[in-house]
Design a protein around this ligand. Structure first.
Ligand code: MG
Length: 363
């Protein structure tokens, strides 16, 4: 199976409610979709959103990096040599992690199709069911409590609460939500870099003293403030998870060595795809540091790949935050990954099993 062409398309999906974090507010998902064609007629699909504030990638930069830099290096190459292909992708250009991720997802889709197995089996197998949390956006307290109750009614057992705009209000938000759902759901906090280290310690100790049990707190301080992450990790009982502070395997090693976090959030859009995500899971497993699989606000093409990866690495990827598709009004992608509120299941069709994508606009 040889690569013959790489094509580009755009996919837009409206969200049920606007997604608000300490950094941004968004009302629809818009991804670049990559279609890798081969001489057997089989196609591989990948995708990536623009997350300029987090990874620096835009739709334009994703398309350009693949079209101008990566595509010429891959045309004519054998899908069977997946390790060679991912090395070519990773070495082709510095950074541009989301572009690399989109392309790697399509390549792995084809690699699994070549051996006629779903991707998770090719990556090592596992039990193909996952249970994801759902994000509760930053808002007025009443609205956040209402959204949390609704999520629990839909069957979500873990809620990821976005905080990080105003420390006093954040504490009130969490207490109010906890009072409402403490018997039915676990709470994760994501501050999206919105606090200072001292604020984080103050808020978490306040919550701990008030009896609020949190599963974890995610990225309380700025991405580049590893000293701050370490300061918090040393001072609170609540496990601290690094999201924007770690992208690739080297950063994970540094972070683990200085103990700047208890948990690592792996996102394909930060790692540059599946090959580095595998490395990170293996590094974390070696050090017995638990991982979460996360996603950006992205469509179910790339989230499907993340689900396959998480199943195969479930020994260490034990926390699932793949709620992108369930935040959307509908799922335009028919693949072998079924997103049904909190429940994610994978069937046995080859690769990512993508049969059709509604509303795809070819470029
Ligand atoms: Mg996060």
């Amino acid at each position: 199976m040889k690569i013959t062409d790489i094509k580009f398309a755009m996919l837009k999906v409206p969200l049920v409610t606007p997604f608000k974090t300490a950094l941004r507010s968004v009302s629809e998902i818009e991804d670049v979709i990559i279609i890798v064609e081969t001489d057997t007629g089989q196609c591989g699909y990948g995708g990536a959103p623009a997350t300029a504030a987090i990874t620096g990638d835009t739709h334009g930069s994703i398309i350009e990096a693949i079209r101008v830099i990566m595509k010429p290096l891959l045309i004519g190459k054998e899908i069977a040599n997946i390790n060679e292909l991912t090395e070519v992708v990773q070495a082709s250009i510095v950074k541009n992690y989301s572009a690399k991720a989109a392309l790697e997802i399509a390549l792995y889709d084809l690699f699994a199709q070549l051996y006629n197995a779903p991707l998770y089996k090719i990556l090592g197998g596992g039990e193909p069911t996952l249970s994801t949390d759902i994000t509760i956006s930053v808002d007025y307290i009443d609205k956040m409590v209402e959204d949390s109750k609704k999520a629990v009614e839909q069957g979500f057992e873990t809620l990821k609460i976005k905080v990080g705009k105003d420390i006093g209000l954040d504490i009130e938000r969490i207490k109010a939500i906890y009072a409402e759902v403490k018997d039915t759901a676990l709470l994760r906090l994501d501050a999206n870099q919105g606090w200072t280290a001292k604020e984080a310690v103050f808020a978490l100790r306040n919550l701990e003293d008030a009896g609020v049990k949190l599963e974890l707190v995610e990225q309380p301080v700025r991405a580049d403030n590893l000293d701050g992450m370490k300061y918090i990790t040393e001072r609170v009982h609540t496990p601290v998870m690094a999201d924007e502070s770690t992208f690739g395997p080297k950063e994970v090693i540094d972070l683990i060595k200085i103990r700047a976090a208890d948990i690592i959030n792996i996102k394909l859009m930060k790692t540059g795809g599946i090959s580095n995500a595998i490395k990170i899971a293996d590094i974390a497993s070696t050090y017995e540091v638990e991982c979460m699989i996360g996603c950006m606000l992205e469509s179910s093409v790339s989230v499907a790949a993340a689900a396959h990866f998480a199943v195969a690495k479930s020994n260490i990827v034990r926390k699932i935050d793949l709620d992108g598709p369930s935040l959307c009004q509908y799922d335009p992608v028919e693949s072998n990954v079924i997103f049904n509120n909190s429940e994610i299941t994978i069937s046995d069709s080859p690769g990512l099993g993508i049969k059709k994508i509604d509303g795809l606009r070819m470029l």
